[in-house]
Design a protein around this ligand. Structure first.
Ligand code: SAH
Length: 357
């Protein structure tokens, strides 16, 4: 059996070349991205013969929803199955949950690989290694399906789900270009953030892309000894190499950088690390997102107490840094990457809930 191309992996001009009459491409794209069509058969303004032909020629759905969970804070988590039965996770995060003023900002957190090869010691996604890269269609389709299932229009994308996006560079960039395109989802590049474990050569490559995507670095340690303890990738691309690449990124077209820093008790939460992080962030004019560690079943790490987290943030701010201490969303649905999938695979494992803070 030869595989049919996934329609959501194609740019408009590639699709037009595959259609008998190029204007049909726009009609099909309308159905796929504006009307969220679930089947070619349902594309009712097209001749039946053409609908059949399209169905024979292309795959329409690359993901299939198998599970949805709602957190008490209105974060919604989706477990999607791919055609090879692999499972991936996608999360819908409203901007201001629980507030009376309705926010029109809806952020989707998407996955880019099945599993992850980088084995960060605190993360559920890497526990079983990486199985494969997602195709562009599998990445785009997460957003299309979340829109269809939730009835919400997605305005922001964070590439912070399962996998290392820069290790699947070509498919991720293709997917983001499609998500950005006016003929598809029309989400602005500045509304997209790629989060990376710190693949320095790929950060330089991203800096040279014309698209103005935002970049977040999972730093989690301000010195090589602390960072290497929890992120094996630091041995391959140590801090100096990573920060040089960040420097290049920031100074190419004046882009903004964010550092993500998980706070883990007794590992990276010392005030010495806070001062060193402050100096690094100041040099790169970067913002810092502090995230109290979200416990993962089977891992021994703990989050520091509230006072320690606040003190860490305060120390950073004394360096003139914009630092936010994130109050996590979705902890009661295991929304940290890889957790829902892990639970689904380890059948029989009790539900693990963390009290909202
Ligand atoms: N591979 C990319 C994107 C996926 S991880 C990266 O490393 O950035 C997205 C973010 O979630 C990263 O900052 C990661 O460090 C963080 N994360 C992973 N496990 C976590 C946990 N248990 N608690 C809090 N944050 C976690």
């Amino acid at each position: 059996m030869t595989a049919k191309p996934d329609i959501k992996s194609l740019y408009r001009d590639e699709l037009a070349k595959l259609c008998d009459q190029p204007y049909r491409a726009d009609q099909v794209l309308q159905w796929v991205y504006q009307k969220n069509a679930d089947s070619f058969a349902g594309m009712s303004n097209m001749p039946a013969a053409l609908r059949e032909q399209l169905a024979a020629q292309f795959e329409l759905n690359a993901v299939h929803s198998v599970h949805t969970r709602n957190a008490s804070d209105t974060t919604e988590k989706f477990l999607f199955q791919l055609r090879d039965r692999s499972l991936i996770e996608t999360v819908l995060i409203p901007a201001t949950p629980g507030l009376t003023t309705q926010s029109d900002r809806h952020t989707v957190c998407i996955s880019t690989q099945v599993g992850c090869a980088y084995g960060c010691k605190f993360c559920a996604s890497g526990l079983e290694g990486v199985k494969r890269n997602l195709t562009a269609a599998e990445i785009v389709d997460q957003v299309v399906h979340v829109q269809r299932l939730s009835g919400e229009r997605v305005s922001n994308i964070v590439v912070m789900g399962m996998g290392e996006p820069l290790a699947n560079y070509d498919n991720v960039l293709r997917a983001l270009r499609i998500i950005n395109a006016g003929w598809a989802l029309g989400i602005g590049a500045r509304k997209m953030t790629i989060s990376t474990v710190g693949l320095a050569p790929r950060i330089r490559q991203l800096a040279d892309e014309p698209m103005q995507i935002r970049l977040a670095i999972s730093l989690h340690g301000a010195t090589d000894d602390v960072r290497s303890q929890i992120m094996p990738v630091n041995k391959k691309h140590p801090l100096q190499e990573l920060l040089d690449a960040c420097d290049y990124y920031v100074n190419t077209r004046q882009r903004i950088l964010t550092f993500e820093y998980i706070l883990i008790e007794g590992v990276n939460d010392s005030l010495d690390q806070a001062h060193k992080l402050g100096a690094i962030a100041r040099r790169l004019r970067a913002k810092v997102n502090l995230i109290p560690y979200n416990p993962v079943d089977g891992l021994q790490w703990r989050r520091p107490g509230r006072d320690r987290c606040k003190m860490f943030a305060h120390t950073l701010k004394s360096h003139g840094i914009t630092a936010t201490l994130r109050t996590e969303k979705g902890t009661d649905i295991n929304a940290a990457c890889g957790q829902l999938r892990l639970q689904r695979q380890n059948v029989g494992m009790p539900e693990h809930t963390v009290a909202d803070q």
